[in-house]
Design a protein around this ligand. Sequence first.
Ligand code: AMO
Length: 438
Amino acid sequence: MKRIYSTDVRELEDGEKCKLAGWLQEVKNLGGVAFLKVRDRMGVFQVVLVKKEVGDEFDDMVSIPRESVVEIEGKKQVTDQTDLGYEILPTSVVVDSFAEKPLPLGVIDKVDAEMDTRFDNRFLDLRKEEKRLIFEVRNLLLEGIREFFHNEGFIEINTPKIVAAGAEGGATLFSVDYYGRDAYLAQSPQLFKQMLMGGGLERVYEIAPAYRAEDFDTIRHTSEFISLDFEMSFIDSSDDIMDMTGYMIEHSLKYVKRKGSDKLDKLGVEVTVPEHPIKKIPHSECIEILEELGKEWEDEKSVDTEGEKMLGEYVKEKYGTDFFFITEFPTHLKKNTFYAMRKDYDPSITTYFDLEYKGQELVSGGQREHRYDVLINQMEELELDPDDFESYLKTFKYGMPPHGGIGLGLDRFVQQLLDLNNIREGILFPRDTSRLEP
Ligand code: AMO
């Protein structure tokens, strides 16, 4: 007999035979009768053991340790005593694998264990529905994003994650010994995306890991994150990139709402989709707003983590939205972005922007400088050696279209979407300053 899910049993007739399987969540032994609660991917079903009918095996069955994997064959019995509206009267209960006692982590405990214990035992942690659902929603988000790019004529690409030079500056590079040569883990696929614009691919996107040796632990940084990047050619300005970003966010959030409403309900999350066009606030104006809100700076005035939070609340209150762009980033604040196009009327301002979501940076991007001479000047100004970027720079010598793109932190998207208090909650196996296993 083929195994079916607990929810499929609803479709069966009263008394019909079926085979189910899952993890034994709980045993309630009342003496003459016992109830086994078994959990599969879809929910929890109840198996009724009547001692008179089961015979000698009854005692073995009621002593199967919690979280063992069991297969049950039997027949459906309609009842109003369980949420699913039925229970199973078994003809056989087979243990596929016994769970050791005690469990390092309680699966049905109401109170969560420490984060470290949970991540050390992630396989058990994920047996909790509210943890597993995060990844079901994350999957829907990815489906929605891919559907959007497909509709818009983008192709999905894969670029190297072992690279010769950093795209985002030296401070957060992870070194790799590459057959005796110096190499690094890629911080961003940006330079490759740009080379593909030189290659005539015009519209590309990638969803892949990016690596940053962040030397501090925060609730929004990890050493390995999934970067969603797109790049497009023949743009008029960075407005085209912001529009595309906004439509992508809108499409993917609508997709999640449409396909995952039951999951969002269970997680108690309401998703709001941004209206077009997403509000744009120039960086200088953000500083003025923060000054009015009473923010104080120790160093130079910029939108720091505290500022982002304050602006997020301000925009939510004033415009009723979770999203806004910070535009026109000053050149000197985007230190490593030698590739950023600057405003023609004022080179101290770039065409670069961030997209903020619930008071946290989600996206960074802008229009790239595609003119070879200007690019070399900008590199020299930042004291970068063009020789280190030779294979990248070559692309600009032989015909490069105006282009731009973004990088979006997918894990942050999940974090903010589901109001998770830590980015790690939305990552299966997070990597940070202390965690390398599992
Ligand atoms: P940036 O460095 O701003 O831009 O990164 C883009 C987005 O990636 C996410 N992010 C992170 N998420 C988790 N942990 C981290 N350590 C981490 N670092 C970054 C953020 C951020 O907004 N090359 C540009 C993109 C481009 O212009 O195409 C870049 O990587 O959500």
